[in-house]
Ligand binder design. Sequence first.
Ligand code: DGL
Length: 252
Amino acid sequence: MAKIGVMDSGCGGLSVLRELLRVLPEEQYVYFSDNAHCPYGEKSREFIIGRCRDIVDAFLAEGGQAVVIACNTATAAAIATLRAEYPRIPFVGMEPAVKPAVGGTRSGTIGVLATNSTLHSAKYIETRDRYAQGVRVVEHVGEGFVELVESLDLNSENTRTVVERSLRPLLEQGADNIVLGCTHYPFLVPVMQEIAGSDVRFIDPAPAAARQLSRVLDAYGMSTGEGPGSVELKSSGPVDSVRRLYESLREV
Ligand code: DGL
C-alpha cells in the first residue's frame, strides 16, 4: 500500500480522488485542500509554486511516497519545478484532454474551459498546439465555477445562470467536445449537459490521471495491490465543504 498525497486549491481535486479510488482503491490517500488560498486561477506562478512546495513538504513529512497535483492550474505553474526539486518523488499532474477532444470532434471545433492562469500557461499552449492541428479551438474561463463548487452550489438556478454565461460562447461557436481544464468543473457537468444537450461531450481528465498514477506506482515498485485503502481529508481552512462534497461522492 502506497501513501499518496493529493492536492488542489480546494474541493476540485475530489473529482480526481474519486477516479483514483475507482482505479486504485487499495492505496492510502491524504487529500489536501488549500482552501485558505483558493482560487489559484488568478494568483501568480511564484505564489502557486510556493504553496505547492509547502504542501509537498507536509506530505513528505507524513511519509507520502507519491504526489498527485489534482489541479490543472498548479500543474501548469509548478510541476516542472517540483519534479526538479524533489527528484526522488513521482508526481502526477493534470493534462488538459485536448487530444481526445480532437479525436472526437465532428464539427471541427473543440472547446476548452479552464482558469485564466491555465489558459495562459506555456504547458497548456504547448499541449494545444501539439494536438489541435487542423481543428479550431475556442477557449473560455469558467467564470465563477470554482466559487460555485467551493460553496457546494452545484444545481440551482444561480448555478445554471453562472455556468451558461461561460459555456454558451463555446456552444455558439460550434464546439461539440469540451475539455474540462480545471478539476472543479466536472462537478458542474450535470448542469452543463442540461444546457448543451446530449450531443456535446465534456471530457474530464481524471481517468487519464488515475491511469497515469497506476503506471507510475508500478514503475516505482510502490503498488502492492494490498491494503484496505484509506482517505484522510485535510485543509488550510475549514474542512467542512471538502468533507461534505467527499461524503456526497461516496453516496453516488
Ligand atoms: N481546481 C483547479 C484547477 O484544476 C484550481 C482552480 C482555482 O483554484 O482557480 O485548475
